[in-house]
Design a protein around this ligand. Structure first.
Ligand SMILES: [Zn+2]
Length: 196
Protein backbone atom coordinates (compact mmCIF):
# COMPACT_ATOMS: atom_id res chain seq x y z
CA UNK A 1 0.00 0.00 0.00
CA UNK A 2 1.39 3.36 -1.00
CA UNK A 3 1.51 5.91 1.80
CA UNK A 4 1.68 9.67 1.41
CA UNK A 5 3.91 12.14 3.22
CA UNK A 6 2.34 15.60 2.82
CA UNK A 7 4.57 18.52 1.82
CA UNK A 8 7.03 19.71 4.50
CA UNK A 9 6.32 16.85 6.90
CA UNK A 10 7.80 13.56 8.03
CA UNK A 11 7.01 10.10 9.38
CA UNK A 12 8.68 7.19 11.19
CA UNK A 13 7.94 3.50 10.67
CA UNK A 14 9.50 0.06 10.92
CA UNK A 15 10.92 -1.96 8.07
CA UNK A 16 11.77 -5.60 8.71
CA UNK A 17 14.87 -7.37 7.47
CA UNK A 18 14.38 -8.42 3.85
CA UNK A 19 11.53 -5.99 3.19
CA UNK A 20 11.84 -3.40 0.47
CA UNK A 21 11.27 0.31 1.02
CA UNK A 22 10.25 2.14 -2.16
CA UNK A 23 10.47 5.94 -2.07
CA UNK A 24 8.58 7.61 -4.91
CA UNK A 25 8.64 11.18 -6.18
CA UNK A 26 5.04 11.51 -7.42
CA UNK A 27 5.34 14.94 -9.02
CA UNK A 28 9.07 15.30 -9.71
CA UNK A 29 11.85 17.48 -8.27
CA UNK A 30 11.10 16.60 -4.64
CA UNK A 31 13.68 15.49 -2.06
CA UNK A 32 13.01 12.97 0.76
CA UNK A 33 15.42 12.82 3.70
CA UNK A 34 15.88 9.27 4.95
CA UNK A 35 17.43 8.15 8.24
CA UNK A 36 17.52 4.58 9.55
CA UNK A 37 18.35 2.94 12.87
CA UNK A 38 18.85 -0.65 14.00
CA UNK A 39 15.36 -1.33 15.40
CA UNK A 40 16.75 -3.37 18.30
CA UNK A 41 19.61 -1.01 19.23
CA UNK A 42 18.99 2.53 18.06
CA UNK A 43 22.54 3.62 18.91
CA UNK A 44 23.33 2.12 15.51
CA UNK A 45 22.31 4.42 12.65
CA UNK A 46 23.18 5.19 9.04
CA UNK A 47 26.55 6.82 8.52
CA UNK A 48 27.31 8.97 5.49
CA UNK A 49 31.01 9.01 6.32
CA UNK A 50 31.37 5.24 6.46
CA UNK A 51 29.13 4.65 3.42
CA UNK A 52 31.05 7.14 1.28
CA UNK A 53 34.37 5.78 2.55
CA UNK A 54 33.59 2.16 1.68
CA UNK A 55 31.98 3.01 -1.68
CA UNK A 56 34.84 5.39 -2.59
CA UNK A 57 32.29 7.74 -4.14
CA UNK A 58 29.74 10.27 -2.97
CA UNK A 59 26.83 9.36 -5.26
CA UNK A 60 25.34 6.02 -4.25
CA UNK A 61 22.96 4.12 -6.53
CA UNK A 62 21.77 0.61 -7.48
CA UNK A 63 23.86 -2.10 -5.81
CA UNK A 64 25.44 0.20 -3.24
CA UNK A 65 25.18 -0.54 0.50
CA UNK A 66 24.35 2.05 3.15
CA UNK A 67 26.50 1.40 6.22
CA UNK A 68 25.95 2.17 9.89
CA UNK A 69 28.24 3.92 12.33
CA UNK A 70 29.25 0.37 13.34
CA UNK A 71 30.23 -0.51 9.77
CA UNK A 72 27.39 -2.93 9.18
CA UNK A 73 25.07 -2.72 6.19
CA UNK A 74 21.65 -1.35 7.15
CA UNK A 75 20.23 -0.93 3.66
CA UNK A 76 21.10 -1.83 0.12
CA UNK A 77 19.90 0.10 -2.92
CA UNK A 78 18.31 -2.43 -5.27
CA UNK A 79 16.60 -0.15 -7.79
CA UNK A 80 17.09 3.49 -8.67
CA UNK A 81 15.51 5.31 -11.63
CA UNK A 82 17.30 8.61 -10.90
CA UNK A 83 20.91 7.87 -9.92
CA UNK A 84 21.51 11.14 -8.13
CA UNK A 85 21.09 11.49 -4.38
CA UNK A 86 23.02 13.45 -1.76
CA UNK A 87 24.69 11.94 1.30
CA UNK A 88 26.75 14.98 2.31
CA UNK A 89 24.34 17.58 3.69
CA UNK A 90 22.47 17.46 6.98
CA UNK A 91 18.66 17.61 7.14
CA UNK A 92 17.29 21.13 6.70
CA UNK A 93 16.39 22.77 10.02
CA UNK A 94 15.11 26.02 11.53
CA UNK A 95 18.71 27.02 12.26
CA UNK A 96 19.75 26.25 8.69
CA UNK A 97 16.92 28.37 7.27
CA UNK A 98 18.14 31.20 9.48
CA UNK A 99 21.82 30.83 8.49
CA UNK A 100 21.44 30.24 4.76
CA UNK A 101 18.15 31.95 3.86
CA UNK A 102 17.96 34.57 6.61
CA UNK A 103 14.43 33.52 7.55
CA UNK A 104 13.06 35.36 10.63
CA UNK A 105 10.43 32.74 11.39
CA UNK A 106 11.87 29.63 9.87
CA UNK A 107 10.10 26.35 9.26
CA UNK A 108 11.39 23.54 11.48
CA UNK A 109 12.54 21.67 8.41
CA UNK A 110 13.30 17.98 7.93
CA UNK A 111 15.24 17.97 11.19
CA UNK A 112 12.23 19.19 13.18
CA UNK A 113 9.93 16.79 11.35
CA UNK A 114 12.27 13.85 11.96
CA UNK A 115 12.66 14.85 15.61
CA UNK A 116 8.91 14.77 16.17
CA UNK A 117 8.33 11.56 14.22
CA UNK A 118 11.18 9.68 15.93
CA UNK A 119 10.58 10.93 19.50
CA UNK A 120 7.93 8.28 20.29
CA UNK A 121 10.52 5.66 19.32
CA UNK A 122 13.02 6.97 21.87
CA UNK A 123 15.27 8.86 19.44
CA UNK A 124 16.46 12.21 20.81
CA UNK A 125 17.11 15.03 18.33
CA UNK A 126 20.86 14.90 18.99
CA UNK A 127 20.87 11.23 17.96
CA UNK A 128 19.53 11.94 14.46
CA UNK A 129 22.30 11.20 11.95
CA UNK A 130 23.04 12.86 8.65
CA UNK A 131 20.32 11.77 6.25
CA UNK A 132 20.50 9.97 2.94
CA UNK A 133 18.89 12.73 0.91
CA UNK A 134 16.88 10.84 -1.69
CA UNK A 135 16.66 12.69 -5.05
CA UNK A 136 18.71 15.65 -3.72
CA UNK A 137 21.04 16.96 -6.42
CA UNK A 138 24.29 18.39 -5.07
CA UNK A 139 27.00 18.55 -7.73
CA UNK A 140 30.56 19.05 -6.50
CA UNK A 141 33.29 20.93 -8.34
CA UNK A 142 36.14 18.43 -8.43
CA UNK A 143 38.93 20.99 -8.23
CA UNK A 144 37.62 23.32 -5.52
CA UNK A 145 35.11 21.14 -3.65
CA UNK A 146 32.50 23.86 -4.05
CA UNK A 147 29.01 22.40 -3.91
CA UNK A 148 25.74 23.66 -5.38
CA UNK A 149 22.19 22.64 -4.52
CA UNK A 150 20.40 22.16 -7.83
CA UNK A 151 16.86 21.01 -8.64
CA UNK A 152 16.47 17.23 -8.34
CA UNK A 153 16.85 15.19 -11.52
CA UNK A 154 13.77 13.14 -10.55
CA UNK A 155 10.66 13.34 -12.72
CA UNK A 156 7.10 12.35 -11.78
CA UNK A 157 7.01 8.67 -10.88
CA UNK A 158 10.73 8.21 -10.38
CA UNK A 159 11.70 6.04 -7.42
CA UNK A 160 14.42 4.30 -5.44
CA UNK A 161 14.10 0.96 -3.67
CA UNK A 162 16.10 -0.06 -0.60
CA UNK A 163 16.30 -3.56 0.83
CA UNK A 164 16.54 -3.66 4.62
CA UNK A 165 19.51 -5.73 5.76
CA UNK A 166 18.28 -5.82 9.37
CA UNK A 167 15.13 -4.79 11.24
CA UNK A 168 15.03 -1.00 10.95
CA UNK A 169 13.37 2.09 12.32
CA UNK A 170 13.16 4.56 9.46
CA UNK A 171 12.49 8.30 9.44
CA UNK A 172 11.40 9.80 6.11
CA UNK A 173 10.37 13.30 5.06
CA UNK A 174 9.07 15.38 2.21
CA UNK A 175 11.84 17.98 2.36
CA UNK A 176 11.05 21.53 3.40
CA UNK A 177 13.98 23.42 1.85
CA UNK A 178 13.17 25.70 -1.08
CA UNK A 179 16.40 25.41 -2.99
CA UNK A 180 16.52 21.60 -2.71
CA UNK A 181 13.10 21.22 -4.34
CA UNK A 182 13.16 23.89 -7.05
CA UNK A 183 11.10 26.16 -4.77
CA UNK A 184 7.92 24.07 -4.70
CA UNK A 185 6.94 21.90 -1.73
CA UNK A 186 5.50 18.61 -2.87
CA UNK A 187 4.53 15.27 -1.29
CA UNK A 188 6.55 12.07 -1.19
CA UNK A 189 5.06 8.61 -1.54
CA UNK A 190 6.49 5.43 -0.05
CA UNK A 191 5.70 1.76 0.17
CA UNK A 192 7.02 -1.03 2.38
CA UNK A 193 6.93 -4.24 0.37
CA UNK A 194 7.14 -7.57 2.15
CA UNK A 195 9.62 -10.02 0.74
CA UNK A 196 8.18 -13.00 -1.09
ZN1 LIG B 1 14.81 19.04 4.11
Amino acid sequence: MIRIIPPRSGVAFEVKRGEHLKVIDPQGEQVADLVAFNRHDTGEAISSGRSIDYASKIYLTTGDPVYSNRSRVLLRIVEDTVGRHDFLLSPCSAEMFGIIYGDDQPHRGCFGNLSEALAPHGIAPDAIPGAFNVFMNVPVDAATGIIRVEPPLSRAGDYIVFEAQMDLLVGLTACSAGQSNNFAYKPIHYEVIAHA
